[in-house]
Design a protein around this ligand. Structure first.
Ligand code: GDP
Length: 207
């Protein structure tokens, strides 16, 4: 199984993350369109491309990986392998890789994996994006459920190898609440990235 039918676009922003972190909700906020066809975890295993604009650009929501109830481990591994391969193959066209995490749960999940001697998916994906020169942005979602925001974000920086305080990393760490429509910090960082990449014609997609 691999991903097929990638639209031929030169500029792309991809969303990656564990299942249930709110990627499709964020995709809807970014594009104004719902992609609700069979979004049962583990069922949608193909990327969702938002490529309806005339400009040579698309947002792509890659399938969620990690634990999904009712989906077997080898299938979950396969999904992750496909996501990694997709990013590797298209790295040159990817202007930003948004790693979406659940702000409420991410620290506990990372620490649990580490205690078992495994590399946590989120840490692995963050490092992978850096390795393939797709500068990661971390969209820390569901912040509406978090009380101790600064502490959480500092902990997340620590786990990702970014020296706290998190405020030093506002070009990478974006606290958001996709469900509440509060994604300003992420859109601001995307605008900066597009501008730096001399792609100002793409600013219309993040206003
Ligand atoms: P995906 O599997 O990553 O695509 O996740 P979904 O977009 O389907 O969201 C998973 C669940 O998280 C849904 O119940 C959403 O309503 C919820 N959710 C998404 N974003 C937020 C958010 O910002 N805050 C809260 N509290 N819930 C959210």
């Amino acid at each position: 199984m691999s991903f097929e039918n990638r639209p031929d676009r030169d500029a792309e922003v991809v969303l990656v993350g564990r299942s249930n972190v709110g990627k499709s909700t964020l995709m809807r906020e970014l594009t104004g369109h719902s992609f609700d066809t069979g979004r049962k975890p583990g069922v949608t295993r193909q990327p969702n491309h938002y490529d309806w604009a005339g400009t040579d650009f698309m947002f792509t929501d890659l399938p969620g990986f990690g634990f999904m109830s009712g989906v077997e481990a080898d299938h979950r591994e396969q999904i992750k392998t496909n996501v990694v391969r997709y990013i590797e193959e298209n790295a040159e066209n990817i202007l930003a890789g948004i790693l979406v995490v659940d702000g409420k749960a991410v620290i506990d999940i990372i620490d649990r994996h580490e205690q078992r001697g495994n590399i946590p998916h989120d840490v692995e994906m963050f490092q992978f994006l850096q390795e393939v020169d797709v500068d990661p942005i971390v969209a820390v979602n569901k912040m509406d459920k978090v009380d101790d925001e600064d502490e959480r974000l500092d902990d997340l920086c620590d786990r990702l190898g970014l020296y706290p305080p998190w405020q030093q990393w506002q070009e990478i760490i974006c606290p958001i609440s996709a469900k509440r429509g509060n994604i300003d910090s992420l859109e601001a960082v995307l605008r900066d990235r597009f501008h730096e990449a001399k792609r100002d014609e793409l600013l219309q997609f993040v206003s």
